[in-house]
Design a protein around this ligand. Sequence first.
Ligand code: PAF
Length: 273
Amino acid sequence: MKIVKEIDQNILNDEICLIPTMGALHEGHLSLIKKGKESGLSTMVTIFINELQFDSKEDFSNYPSKIEDDIKTLDNLDIDYLFIPENNYIYPDSGFEKIDSGPIGKKFEGNSRPGHFDGMLTVVNRLFQLTLPKIAIFGKKDAQQLFLIKEMVNKKNYPIKIIEGLTVRDNLGLALSSRNLLLSKYGEEKARLINQILNHSKKEFCEKKDLNIFKKLKSYYSDGDIEIDYLAIVDPETFGDPLEKTENYIIIIAAYIENIRLIDNIEFKLERV
Ligand code: PAF
């Protein structure tokens, strides 16, 4: 594994499969890397904690950083490149494009974390322009992020294939996330409720076929341990409200546990009779 801070022509001579991360790697990232290796291209993992996508300085400075552990983990995985850029390489004083995430980027996560998706797309666009990947891999846990990245790739006509990695969960259903490291044991237990809420919401929706149940479920589940920011259902094609013709659905949730913001989702098809 070659660790690089900058991208040179030698690297660009390879066909790159890019796996962008902010580090504090867990099994979810490792499953994305496994997919990357299956592509047969040169795999490049990036670790860059992108300040632009944090809406508060506190959240940015609390974000877990485990660079030494990450390097050890990646060393055993036989990837080709680990790209750890400096901030001023990604964001020079001038000459990089700030991306506007548009109307979908202002909803849900974007509504609660203003500027988050503009910052996320800006760094992803920058990474794409610097590394010119043939393939890039992102996890489905960040469903809205994935939607916006695919939208940007389409709009900009980039010849990049986006591969989606399934959400990895622990054996009690908690979606793996670097932010889980910030939870106490008790908080981790409470965080397992998130997946249960999603499964219960799916069951209720499939039975009642009523788009209004989510408000009730949100207040039903909110208590002292879990504060639900949003619980909503969207059409994965548009990330907007489901329509009469919608067949596939995603229920998305964001909740605070011990002041840590966690997100998750469940995707399903509604069988019509
Ligand atoms: O999902 C993440 O870890 C980040 O949002 C990403 C895509 C690496 C951009 O900073």
